[in-house]
Design a binder for this molecule. Structure first.
Ligand code: FES
Length: 101
């Protein structure tokens, strides 16, 4: 398990997303009403890059075919059993850390 500093808190203001990549792995951090949430950054449908989609409140919309996920839980809206993997994200002294298993 690794804890990685990915950004300053100022780089991810409310309503914004931030992408962190580690090799082929993409992670997406969303700021929903001042709280940060981290999910897998690759859409489980056909692999769309979720960072290039849209964030409406807590709803993350894939740019390729508009599948929608809850950024807090990772749940796909039509089938909650299909979900993006979620990751722990921590804020410390103005820095954002992602905990990667
Ligand atoms: S690749 Fe994301 S909805 Fe199709």
């Amino acid at each position: 398990m690794a804890r990685v500093r990915i950004a300053s808190l100022a780089e991810i203001p409310p309503g914004q997303m931030f992408e962190y990549t580690d090799g082929d792995d993409r992670f997406l951090v969303c700021n929903v009403d001042g709280k940060l949430h981290a999910v897998d950054g690759t859409c489980p449908h056909r692999g769309g890059p979720l960072f290039h989609g849209a964030l409406h409140g807590a709803t993350l919309v894939c740019p390729w075919h508009a599948w929608e996920f809850d950024c807090r839980s990772g749940e796909y809206d039509y089938n909650p059993e299909l979900r993006l993997e979620t990751f722990r994200v921590e804020v410390e002294h103005g820095s954002v850390y992602l905990v990667i298993p």
